[in-house]
Design a protein around this ligand. Structure first.
Ligand SMILES: [Zn+2]
Length: 136
């Protein structure tokens, strides 16, 4: 995915593994690579808020993400899981309005690497999470 510097518009290509990090642009502005600040994460001095960490462990928590980011993030995350030999992924999209779930499900039906998916059982988040089985 690409992000652009808010000051000079310089475009940066961002991989999944840089997601949630930040760099200082040539123009001096701080460019943040997606993710969302944790509540209370920003300091009084205007420091960069804490970023969402994104470990590849088969559990993807989308609470902090924007649906627009998820469209690029989700396929990359699932590919990264397959590369690590993880073929069962829990995607936590929350209950809320159901919009994030619809976004996730609409993506999953289009992805060739997805074998099947279903809402999680009550022990794994119920309708707030989806279990994805990836093709081996
Ligand atoms: Zn810049």
């Amino acid at each position: 995915m690409a992000v652009s510097c808010p000051e000079c518009g310089h475009q940066y290509d961002v991989t999944l593994f840089q997601f949630g990090q930040a760099v200082t642009c040539d123009c001096g502005a701080v460019v943040r690579f997606g993710g969302a600040p944790r509540p209370g994460g920003s300091g009084p001095d205007g420091a960069i808020p804490d970023m969402v960490e994104l470990p590849i462990d088969g559990i993807l928590d989308l609470h902090a993400f924007d649906p627009a980011d998820v469209r690029e993030l989700l396929p990359e995350y699932l590919n990264a899981c397959r590369e690590k030999g993880i073929f069962r992924v829990r995607i936590i999209h929350g209950k809320g309005t159901g919009e994030m779930m619809k976004t996730v499900h609409a993506l999953l039906v289009r992805l060739a690497e997805v074998e099947s998916f279903a809402l999680a059982g009550s022990r794994e988040g119920g309708t707030g999470a989806t279990i994805v089985l990836l093709k081996t």
